[in-house]
Design a binder for this molecule. Structure first.
Ligand code: HEC
Length: 127
C-alpha cells in the first residue's frame, strides 16, 4: 500500500512539474546585455541599452516576445541554423560541429541550459 501511494505521489509530482524550468527574466536581461557572456548586443538592439552600443546585424529585439513563442525563442538560441542554415547567429547551446573554438572553450556551450532558460524568459518579457 505504501509503495502504491509513493508511486502515485511520484506520478502526481511528475505530472504537475513543468516540462522546462522557468527562467529568470532579470538574470536573462543581464546575460543578454553582457559583453563577456551573452553578447547579444554585438548584433541586436536591446531595449534600454545605450544607442551607441546597439548591434544592427540582426533584427532589433524589442517586441520579440510578442512575435515569437517560448519554443521558437529556445530553438533560436540552441540551434539557430535549424531556422536559417545561413544564419550569422551563433548557437548558444551546441558544443559539437563548431569551427575554430578556442582550446579553453572546447566542449562548453556559450550559455548553460539554465542561462538559456533565463534569456528565453527575458525575451518573452519583451512584448
Ligand atoms: C553574430 C551576430 C549575432 C549574435 C551575437 C546574436 N544574434 Fe540573434 N540573430 C542574428 C541574426 C543575423 C538574426 C536574423 C535571423 C537569422 O539570421 O537567422 C538573429 C535573430 C535572432 C532572433 C529572432 C528575431 C526575430 O525577430 O525573428 C532572436 C530572438 C535572437 N536573434 C536572439 C538573440 C539573443 C538573445 C542573442 C544573445 C544571447 C543573440 N541573438 C545573439 C545575429 C546574432
Amino acid at each position: 500500500m505504501t509503495a502504491l501511494l509513493c508511486t502515485a505521489g511520484l506520478l502526481l509530482a511528475w505530472a504537475v512539474t513543468p516540462a522546462q524550468a522557468e527562467g529568470d527574466a532579470a538574470r536573462g536581461a543581464v546575460l543578454a546585455a553582457s559583453r563577456s557572456q551573452g553578447l547579444c548586443v554585438l548584433c541586436h538592439a536591446l531595449p534600454g541599452q545605450p544607442a551607441p552600443l546597439q548591434g544592427t546585424i540582426g533584427p532589433a529585439l524589442a517586441g520579440v516576445g510578442a512575435r515569437l513563442g517560448h519554443e521558437d525563442l529556445r530553438q533560436r538560441l540552441l540551434v539557430p541554423e535549424r531556422i536559417n542554415p545561413e544564419t550569422l547567429m551563433p548557437s548558444y547551446g551546441r558544443t559539437e560541429g563548431l569551427q575554430r573554438v578556442a582550446p579553453a572553450l572546447q566542449g562548453r556551450p556559450l550559455l548553460t541550459p539554465s542561462q538559456i532558460d533565463d534569456v528565453v524568459a527575458y525575451l518573452e518579457s519583451l512584448k
